[in-house]
Design a protein around this ligand. Structure first.
Ligand code: VG1
Ligand code: CO
Length: 543
C-alpha cells in the first residue's frame, strides 16, 4: 500500500458556478482533472484532515469511478472516516442530512443536478460544508485559489472496499462507513410530517404519481411513498435510476417531465403529481390540469405551515431568491414575518438558516426547502404538500385558487435561451445594462417603471457582498422583469429572463400567464435584442 504524489499542472478549468463545478463528462475524464479539483478541496479545507467526509452522487455516468478516485484521495489526504452511500449514491438533500446527522466536516456530492447525463452529458462536483449546505462564496473562492497553485495530488494505491454492501470497512488507515443512502434523510422527514394523516389520505383513495425521471430519487420515493405511506407501486414512474437518466433531461418542469404532465392532464388523472430532478433537490407539484408555479408553491407552503407538525409553532422568516416571484412576500407580510431576497443559488440561504432567521426558503427553479437540512429538498416538498392535502381535504387546484383569492396572484414565467453564443449573450446583457439608468419614469403599457438596477446582495449575517446578481426592472408591487446569465450551463451562455405581474383582483386571475405577461416579454426583447441577435424566434424552454 503506498500513497502516490502525482504531479499535475494548475487547474485551467473555470471557477465553480451557481452550484459547484459542472462540466462535460469528457472534461472530467481527462487525467488529473477531477483529481485537481478534489485535491484543491482537501488543500483548502484543513478540517477534513482527521475528520469525516460524506460522499455520494446522483448515480449518473462516471459517478462510481469518480467516487472511487475521491475515496482513494481521501485516504491519502488523511481523512479519518468517509461515510458513503451504498453504490456511491446519495441525493443532494440526503447528503446534507447525512453531514448533519454524523457531524461530518464536509461532503462531496457528485452531480450535475438537472443537466443531462451519460457519456456525452454533464458531470459535476459540489462541496458542502459542515452545516450540510453548499459551500459559501468564501469557501468556493478558497477552493478556486487552491486550484490555481496546485502542483500534485495525493492518492492511495490500493483496491477499493465493496461499496455495495452496507457496513464498516476501511481503506488504508481511513475508516469507510457504507450506509443506506435513504435512512438518515427519511428519519429527518419522519420527524417533520404527519405520516399517519398522509397514510389515511392515500388509503382513502387519493391517488398520486411520482416521477423519478430515472435519477436519484427512485429509492427515496419508494421508501417514503410506497413503504411508509402505502401508495401502490404503480404510483412510481421512472423510479429506477439509470446512468444516462434513460436519455432524458432530469429537470422537473412541464417541458421536461412531459409524461407526468400528460398523465395529470389526461382522463382519469391522479389527484396529485410530483417530480424531482437528477440529484433530488428540486420538485414540481401538479394537480389535475394544473402545474403549480414554484414561486406560488413556496408561498402556499408558508401560508399552510401551521398545519404541519414540524412547523406548527410558526416560522422565523422566509427567504426567496431574487428572481422568484413576490408571492412569498405577500404571505410573510400577512403573517408578520421577515422576508429576505437573496441571489440565485442555495448557498445564499445557508447563513440565514444557520442564524435562525428563516425557516422556509425557495427559488423559482423548482427548489423549496427549510431548516431541516441545508439544501433544497424535492421529497420534503412532496411530503409537505401531501400533509397539507391530508389536513385540508381539498384538491391542489382548490388550494391554489383559494391562495390567489386571499393573497392575490403573481403571474410568473421564466424564459430560457440556452447555449447562446457567449459574445451575443454578453452583448444583449450589455444593451440592457446600458438602458437601465434611463428606465425609471418610463412606462410598459400602463405600468410605470419605478426602479431599474443591477442586484447586489449584502449578507445580513456576515456582511459579505455579492455583486452582479442579475438585472432588474421593477414596476412597484405590480411587475418585474429580470435578466441574468446562468451559472450552471456547460455550453455557450444560457440567458434567463424572468417575468412577474401581480393581480390582486380575483376577477382577473384566470388568464394564461404568457398572455398576461406579453407586454413585459416584448419590452424585455426591445431592450435586450436577444431574439434578434441570436436569430431565434423564442426561448428554448418556458416554465
Ligand atoms: C440554476 C437555477 C438556480 C439553482 C441552480 C442549482 O442556476 O436557476 O435557482 O439554484 O440551478 O440548482 P442557474 O445559474 O443556471 O440559473 V440544482 O437543482 O443544479 O442544484
Ligand atoms: Co438539483
Amino acid at each position: 500500500m503506498s500513497i502516490q504524489d502525482i504531479a499535475i499542472k494548475p487547474f485551467a478549468g473555470q471557477k465553480p458556478g451557481t452550484s459547484g463545478l459542472r462540466k462535460k463528462v469528457r472534461e472530467f475524464q481527462q487525467p488529473g482533472y477531477l483529481e485537481a479539483f478534489v485535491q484543491a478541496i482537501f488543500d483548502s479545507q484543513p478540517a477534513l484532515q482527521g475528520g469525516s467526509l460524506v460522499l455520494g452522487g446522483d448515480g449518473r455516468f462516471f459517478n462510481r469511478e469518480a467516487a472511487g478516485i475521491i475515496l482513494r484521495m481521501a485516504a491519502a489526504n488523511g481523512v479519518a472516516r468517509c461515510i458513503i452511500g451504498s453504490g456511491a449514491l446519495l441525493s443532494t438533500p440526503a447528503a446534507s442530512a447525512v453531514i448533519r446527522a454524523h457531524k461530518a466536516q464536509g461532503g462531496i456530492i457528485l452531480s450535475a443536478s438537472h443537466n443531462p447525463g451519460g457519456p456525452d452529458g454533464d458531470f459535476g462536483v459540489k462541496f458542502n460544508s459542515s452545516n450540510g449546505g453548499p459551500a459559501a462564496e468564501g469557501v468556493t473562492e478558497a477552493i478556486y485559489q487552491a486550484t490555481q497553485k496546485i502542483s500534485h495530488y495525493r492518492i492511495l494505491d490500493w483496491p477499493l472496499p465493496d461499496l455495495d454492501r452496507v457496513g464498516e470497512t476501511s481503506l488504508g488507515s481511513m475508516r469507510v462507513s457504507v450506509i443506506d443512502p435513504v435512512h438518515d434523510h427519511a428519519q429527518v422527514l419522519q420527524n417533520l410530517f404527519d405520516f399517519d394523516a398522509m397514510h389515511a389520505l392515500l388509503k382513502g383513495g387519493f391517488r398520486i404519481a411520482f416521477d423519478g425521471m430515472h435519477a436519484i430519487t427512485g429509492p427515496y420515493a419508494r421508501r417514503l411513498l410506497v413503504e411508509l405511506l402505502g401508495a401502490p407501486e404503480s404510483s412510481l414512474l421512472n423510479c429506477t435510476p439509470l446512468p444516462d437518466f434513460g436519455g432524458g433531461h432530469p429537470d422537473p418542469n412541464p417541458a421536461h417531465a412531459e409524461e407526468l404532465t400528460a398523465l395529470l392532464n389526461g382522463r382519469d388523472a391522479p389527484d396529485f403529481g410530483a417530480a424531482s430532478d437528477g440529484d433530488g433537490d428540486r420538485n414540481m407539484i401538479l394537480g389535475r390540469n394544473l402545474a403549480v408555479s414554484p414561486s406560488d408553491s413556496l408561498a402556499i407552503l408558508a401560508a399552510n405551515a401551521h398545519l404541519v407538525p414540524g412547523y406548527k409553532n410558526g416560522l422565523a422568516g422566509i427567504a426567496r431568491s431574487m428572481p422568484t416571484s413576490r408571492a412569498a412576500d405577500a404571505v410573510a407580510a400577512k403573517l408578520g414575518l421577515p422576508c429576505y431576497e437573496t441571489p440565485t443559488g442555495w448557498k445564499f440561504f445557508g447563513n440565514l438558516l444557520d442564524a435562525g432567521r428563516i425557516t422556509l426558503c425557495g427559488e423559482e427553479s423548482y427548489g423549496t426547502g427549510s431548516d431541516h437540512v441545508r439544501e433544497k429538498d424535492g421529497l420534503w416538498a412532496v411530503l409537505f404538500w401531501l400533509n397539507i392535502l391530508a389536513v385540508r381535504k381539498q384538491s391542489v387546484t382548490e388550494i391554489v385558487q383559494q391562495h390567489w383569492r386571499q393573497f392575490g396572484r403573481h403571474y410568473y414565467s421564466r424564459h430560457d435561451y440556452e447555449a447562446v453564443q457567449s459574445d451575443i449573450a454578453a452583448d444583449c446583457m450589455a444593451n440592457l445594462t446600458k438602458a437601465l439608468p434611463g428606465l425609471p419614469g418610463q412606462k410598459i403599457g400602463t405600468l410605470a417603471i419605478t426602479a431599474a438596477d443591477e442586484f447586489s446582495y449584502t449578507d445580513p449575517v456576515d456582511g459579505s457582498i455579492s455583486r452582479n446578481q442579475g438585472l432588474r426592472i421593477i414596476c412597484g408591487d405590480q411587475a418585474r422583469i429580470i435578466a441574468r446569465l446562468s451559472g450552471t450551463g456547460t455550453e455557450g451562455a444560457t440567458v434567463r429572463l424572468y417575468f412577474e405581474a401581480y393581480e390582486p383582483d380575483p376577477a382577473g386571475q384566470q388568464d394564461d400567464p404568457q398572455q398576461r405577461l406579453a407586454p413585459l416579454i416584448d419590452f424585455a426583447e426591445s431592450l435586450l435584442g436577444l431574439r434578434r441577435q441570436s436569430g431565434r424566434s423564442g426561448p428554448d424552454v418556458i416554465t
